[in-house]
Design a protein around this ligand. Sequence first.
Ligand code: G1P
Length: 275
Amino acid sequence: MIKKCLFPAAGYGTRFLPATKAMPKEMLPVLTRPLIEYGVEEAVEAGLNTMAIVTGRGKRAIEDHFDISYELEHQIKGTTKEPLLTQIRKLINKCTFSYTRQVEMKGLGHAILSGETLIGNEPFAVILADDLCDADSHNEGVLSQMIKLYSKYKCSIVAIEEVPKEDTNKYGVIDGEQIADGVYMIKNMVEKPNPEDAPSNMAIIGRYILTPDIFDIIRETKPGKGGEIQITDALMTQAQNGMVLAYKFKGKRFDCGSVDGFVEATNYFYKKGSK
Ligand code: G1P
């Protein structure tokens, strides 16, 4: 079954400058926890135990976050502050973390291909940490829902959400045939189409299950939108050769790559009583 989760985390986070000048965007906190920690929690909840993180220059804080800080631990041991580290300690104990660097920024497809060395020849999940998801009133996270679906269909799956038509140029957009409640067999997918060219308003969000043949397909994929190697294009090839599903997930998702989404997420988790 699926045990590994890939986190592409090499991007510059330009929409959050100057905050992201010296700090990875994945480390921006929603309340007291960095975005990537929410992603790792979601992966662990889905039963995954191997986190494969594709980093770049200036991303060392991510590695340090998922490690023991001996000085700090020593300093706060036995004080009222110690419980603040309980949750992250538990998380670190439940999984392993490995890292590789994306040396050139050539798009999400290229970032995923850079992770091949950490994944090998097995199906895996992908989380884009700036899409922050919460189960909300449902009792399982988005990735967990997708893993269940994978065990039935054994093919690549993308999570989708309906977005206002004018926003299609921010996402990969799919067109598909519904085969079960919330499950679509993909017929077409386009990276960031203008609203007038979009095949629908069903947008891909940052959760994927990928079968490992995707690596060879990415290697053969020509640069697409923005001159970058797009996972959307590689998945379209995979859909044409076999089957790729889109899954309308249950729960909430915040675009924490934008200031508006970030503020919304912060308010949501604050009201929910998260720490
Ligand atoms: C990437 C993908 C896009 C997807 C989006 C989800 O775009 O290329 O297909 O809809 O993630 O967040 P990015 O937001 O990295 O530009």
